[in-house]
Design a protein around this ligand. Structure first.
Ligand SMILES: *Cc1c(COP(=O)(O)O)cnc(C)c1O
Length: 219
């Protein structure tokens, strides 16, 4: 199926209150434009430089999500336009985002990445650490950063039960934290291989790359 057909299929398939982030990393502008012309506006990238080049050249009503690990010294490049940063994992990073958002007279929405997979290679913080960040005085005082939800990546495995357990854990954590921190309303979980399971477990934002744009040659 073509990119535009895939976009239409996803739109028809997922609940209305669920956001589809079309992960366009490594893919050319032409592919993004095809999805754009099919009506899609939310795209995800995992490298700040690549995202910024695409932002410069593509229509300005695209909402760009940074879904990858963020280096603090690169926040300034995306601060003028980024719409949501998914993988925040420290107060230090939030401080940098606050500083750069302020310079641009913007407010930037962020998610905290919770580590739910067992792989060492996966980024993210513990639930306790997330609580600590959310309750910190420093965060309360940030006028240009808003933590609006959680993000997680399940273990890369064929074992559906394991993935389901990890997603359920994140959903429970999300519901728990929401009681104390009502600004949380986004739960970003689910990719091409596991989005159906993620939706079953309560995700309201899925990040889908290869199932829309085809396989990538590199990450
Ligand atoms: C690449 C990537 C995705 C999309 O992966 P697919 O399997 O191609 O859907 C989702 N989330 C993150 C954080 C990614 O880096």
């Amino acid at each position: 199926m073509s990119i535009s057909e895939n976009i239409k299929k996803f739109k028809a398939e997922i609940p209305e209150d669920t956001t589809l982030v079309a992960v366009s990393k490594t893919k050319p502008k032409e592919d993004i434009l095809e999805a754009y012309e099919a009506g899609h506006r939310v795209f995800g990238e995992n490298k700040i430089q690549e995202m910024t080049e695409k932002w410069e050249e593509l229509p300005k009503d695209i909402q760009w999500h940074m879904i990858g690990h963020v280096q603090r010294n690169k926040v300034k490049y995306m601060a003028p336009y980024v719409s949501l940063i998914h993988a925040v994992d420290s107060l230090k990073l939030l401080k940098e985002i606050e500083k750069e958002a302020k310079k641009n007279d913007r407010s930037i929405e962020c998610l905290l990445q919770i580590k739910i997979a067992e792989e060492e290679s996966k980024f993210g913080i513990s639930v306790d650490k997330a609580k600590e960040i959310l309750s910190s005085e420093t965060l309360q005082q940030m006028a240009h950063v808003k933590v609006v939800g959680l993000m997680g990546m399940a273990t890369l495995t064929e074992n559906q039960e394991k993935i389901r357990k990890e997603f359920r854990f994140l959903k429970t954590t999300f519901e728990d934290l929401k009681k104390d921190f009502p600004s949380l309303h986004i739960l970003s979980m689910g990719m091409s291989g596991d989005y159906q399971l993620a939706l079953d477990c309560g995700s309201n934002m899925i990040r889908v790359g290869s199932a829309i744009f085809g396989e990538r040659n590199y990450n």
